[in-house]
Design a protein around this ligand. Structure first.
Ligand code: ADP
Ligand code: ASP
Ligand code: MG
Length: 411
């Protein structure tokens, strides 16, 4: 007998029919002799709708109350799905995140899972139940308050449960048939990838590929859990996320990721002192400002300019922190460039193939795309470009690295 965790995302439980369809998939696994734990998201676009409602009441709602509000979405789904399982004659029970023993750090709206007390779930499985757990939520033990795990966090609930329950499989059912070379909704030539390594998937997820929550991939890597990302609407095999991805010949780039809504900030004429960078970024970090790419330009012996990118949603917070600390940091002025996007290439083959970044830059410049910032790691190159150039850049790079041309590997 195996133990399986199945996760169904918002679209996959977006209507009564889809909830019944999810119930069928769960029942199939039970009929094959498996113990099944199910993790679900809120139905359809419920979470977005709740965010919108809160916005009508307040521009800056309390994070605690936001978590209280958003966790209701998943609670609706667990009850309905459990009823659908009962209707088919199966023993099942729904649990909220806290009933399932999921404990998080004290960080509303973006909490990490710290621990899971799996006693109750284990007992329920032993008694022959299908256990249906609300994704995206947990309890902060110090305050006894409900926390959410960040948008898209139900994936992380599923993988963390798979880890503590020592599941044999963790299947992520979503609205696409797997992980693609890039978002198939944005680029028509995107192709399904048969398998991708944890490290590549982690980069893709962190760089904007919303198909998996980055922390879910971290858990999967740390506990060696093989994930299969697949569609709840078809029986087609999905994408395996695992330690070593299947070798594909001459593979330099496995996928492309992109995200918009980026602002570049330049702090000009700071004193060119040894601790300039450390002072600036310590102040930003201690105020919770998350900075991405950093570039320093030493102007002369005395002065330096420092640019960095942030998510545009935190621009006003960043402006405030910089203004408050202008005297301390000694810079002359700040300039901003908004409406930017990050376009990235990811692939573990880059390590052994020099010139991949050069190919990327040439392809973009051939299309008159101006690159504003660059950052690299062993397996990715990210560029910041104008938002209006984002999709054109992705399409160009998809062609350049021949991502639609590779022969699918038979598994
Ligand atoms: P769920 O509600 O099932 O968690 P999400 O909307 O969170 O679904 O994630 C699935 C979506 O991720 C797809 O509809 C697709 O638009 C987007 N996506 C972004 N990048 C990729 C990619 N590389 N491969 C597949 N899907 C991607
Ligand atoms: N419902 C939450 C969201 O929309 C969590 C999830 O779906 O993973 O972000
Ligand atoms: Mg998701």
């Amino acid at each position: 007998m195996g133990r399986i965790v199945q996760k169904f995302g918002g679209t996959s439980v977006g209507s009564v029919e889809r909830i019944q369809n999810a119930a069928k998939r769960i029942i199939n696994e039970v009929n094959n002799g498996n113990e099944v734990v199910v993790v679900v998201s809120a139905m359809g676009k419920t979470t977005d709708e709740l965010v919108r409602l809160a916005g009508e009441i307040s521009k800056n709602p309390s994070k605690r109350e936001m978590d209280m509000l958003l966790t209701t979405g998943e609670q609706v789904t667990i009850a309905l799905l459990t009823m659908a399982l009962h209707q088919e004659g199966y023993k099942a029970l729904s649990l909220t995140g806290w009933q399932a023993g999921i404990q998080t750090e004290n960080n509303h709206s973006n909490a990490r899972i710290l621990d899971i007390d799996s006693e109750r779930i284990n007992g329920l499985l032993k008694d022959g139940n299908i256990v249906v757990v609300a994704g995206f939520q947990g309890l902060i033990p110090e305050t006894n308050d409900i926390a959410t795990l960040g948008r898209g966090g139900s994936d992380t609930t599923a993988v963390a449960l798979a880890a503590v329950l020592k599941a044999d499989r963790c299947d992520i059912y979503t609205d696409v048939t797997g992980v693609y070379t890039t978002d198939p909704r944005a680029v028509k030539t995107a192709r399904k990838i048969p398998s991708i390594s944890y490290d590549e998937m982690l980069e893709m997820a962190n760089l904007g590929a919303g198909v998996l929550h980055p922390r879910a991939v971290e858990f999967a890597k740390n506990y060696s859990i093989v994930l299969e990302v697949r569609s709840s609407m078809s029986d087609e095999r999905g994408t395996l996320v695992e330690e070593e991805a299947t070798m594909e010949q001459n593979l330099m780039v496995r996928g492309l990721a992109f995200e918009g809504n980026i602002t570049k900030i330049t702090v000009t004429n700071m004193p060119n002192e040894i601790n300039a960078l450390s002072d600036l970024f310590t102040i930003l970090a201690s105020n919770g400002i998350n900075v991405d790419i950093i570039i320093q330009n030493v102007m002369n012996q005395e002065k330096t300019n420092i640019s960095f990118s942030i998510d545009s949603s935190i621009l006003s917070d960043t402006q405030e922190v910089l203004a408050e600390n202008q005297d301390k940091l000694g810079f002359e002025s700040i300039s901003y460039e908004g409406n930017l996007a990050k376009v990235s290439i990811v692939g573990s083959g880059m390590i052994s193939n020099p010139g991949v970044a050069a190919m990327m830059f040439k392809a973009l410049s051939d299309q008159d795309v101006m690159i504003k910032m660059v950052s690299t790691s062993e397996i990715k190159v990210s560029t910041v470009v104008k938002q209006e150039d984002m999709i054109k850049s992705i399409e160009t790079l998809h062609d350049t690295f021949e991502l639609d041309a590779r022969v699918p590997v038979q598994k």
